[in-house]
Design a protein around this ligand. Structure first.
Ligand code: FAD
Length: 367
């Protein structure tokens, strides 16, 4: 591995879709990888969060993985039979870094980013021990995977069964013969419900009745959803998930699961007990306990921002106010970009974000 420089113009934290796209566009604009900009990633191997996705998530049941700029997945020489997302995408990113000469330093964790006499100082954890890197600007493309979100319900600590989040789900076999409560109204909840229902008895709990749509997810619909999230972050509000802003597309698989009665959502339970959950208002027996062996929280993720805490960028409500062409730039500090946050939290959004980030940073740095 190449040695880490002491100082760079731009530090890119995270080598997922967003960090790689930003790195590509910085390189295109004349910055040299490993000298003018450094790409740092905490994971031991290429692939961003995709290397951790559960085994049954395949290239055919993901929403869609957009190509990175400059090298489409189809040309990256990935084995045709590699369909597990957790293998195919990391293989693609590895080939991408290699072919485009993007040198990622890993595993390197950025614990803190601090103000340092007009520049920024990144405090690092590396295999060789603590380190530091000075940078004029920071692209924090740190994603959400390491920040699973579980809402608070009374009694959660008392529940004697297993509680896990989408983040820790591996396979339905773990639930064979059990009664499982799946919580959440997004695509992950629906996918995992269908899988687990093959081997276990499942119940689905959502805060709001889920909305299904026959409408094809057209580009226009996509733009409208993204525009709503973008408005929120430009006002400094928390982004909210893209799913919370759209309905569930009725794929043939979903239609079949609905016909089989698997996708019948119940109102959210009120609390947990040692043995299960207390049924909520609107359910069949409100206030009564219902036994479950496991609760699977498919309740989403938050963007990872803790390393930026010393820079005090959060608004009182917990969001970060963004500006710039695609709302990737922190309004309070134009040296910091967050591609993959809010409206750009998808592989296509992350791609576009990379270009906007590079353009705005080159303007800022006068490079
Ligand atoms: P990530 O891929 O999470 O990469 C962030 C990287 O930053 C990681 O490698 C991490 O190690 C590193 N990092 C984080 N913090 C630090 C730190 N402090 N120091 C050093 N390194 C750090 N989007 C789609 O477009 N299509 C889909 O089909 C799709 N499916 C999804 C399925 C699931 C289950 C989930 C959770 C999300 C899905 N998404 C999908 C959204 C998806 O996560 C994004 O589209 C995209 O892959 C995120 O890329 P990213 O670069 O922002 O983040």
């Amino acid at each position: 591995a190449a040695p880490l420089p002491d100082a760079v113009r731009v530090a890119v934290i995270g080598a997922g879709q967003a960090g790689l796209s930003a790195a590509y566009h910085l390189q295109r604009r004349g910055l040299e990888s490993g000298r003018d900009f450094a790409l740092l990633d905490e994971n031991p191997a290429p692939g961003g969060a995709w290397q951790h996705r559960w085994p049954s998530l395949t290239l055919s049941n993901v929403n869609r993985i957009n190509d990175l700029p400059g090298l489409p997945m189809a040309q990256a020489g990935i084995a045709a039979d590699s369909i597990r997302a957790s293998a195919a995408v990391p293989a693609y990113y590895a080939a991408y870094e290699e072919r485009l000469g993007l040198r990622a330093h890993r595993p390197v964790s950025v614990d803190r980013v601090r103000e340092d006499a007009g520049a920024l100082r990144l405090e690092l954890r590396t295999p060789a021990g603590p380190g530091a890197l000075r940078a004029d600007a920071v692209v924090s493309a740190t994603g959400t995977w390491d920040r699973p979100y579980v809402p608070y319900y009374p009694g959660a600590a008392a529940f004697g069964g297993r509680q896990l989040h989408t983040h820790d789900y591996r396979s339905p076999g773990e639930f064979a013969g059990q009664r499982v409560a799946v919580v959440g109204g997004g695509i992950s909840a629906v996918q995992l419900l269908q899988e687990i229902a093959q081997v276990a008895e499942v119940a689905w709990f959502t805060r709001r009745p889920p909305e299904f749509t026959d409408r094809e997810f057209t580009p226009e619909l996509g733009h409208a959803v993204i525009a709503r999230v973008e408005e929120r972050v430009r006002r400094g509000e928390r982004p909210g998930s893209v799913v919370s802003n759209t309905a569930l597309p009725l794929t043939p698989g979903l239609r079949a699961a609905r016909a089989a009665g698997i996708l019948t959502a119940r109102p959210m339970f009120a609390a947990l007990t040692g043995a299960g959950v207390v049924q909520g208002p609107g359910d069949a027996r409100p206030g009564q306990t219902e036994a479950f062996d496991a609760i699977l929280w498919c309740t989403g993720f938050r963007f990872r921002l803790d390393h930026l805490a010393p820079l005090r960028q959060r608004e009182p409500g917990g969001g970060v106010r963004m500006d710039g062409r695609l709302a990737t730039r922190v309004a309070r500090d134009h040296r910091i970009h967050l591609p993959g946050y809010g409206p750009t939290a998808s592989t296509i959004g992350a791609n576009r974000a990379g270009r906007a980030v590079a353009r705005e940073l080159m303007e800022l740095l006068g490079a």
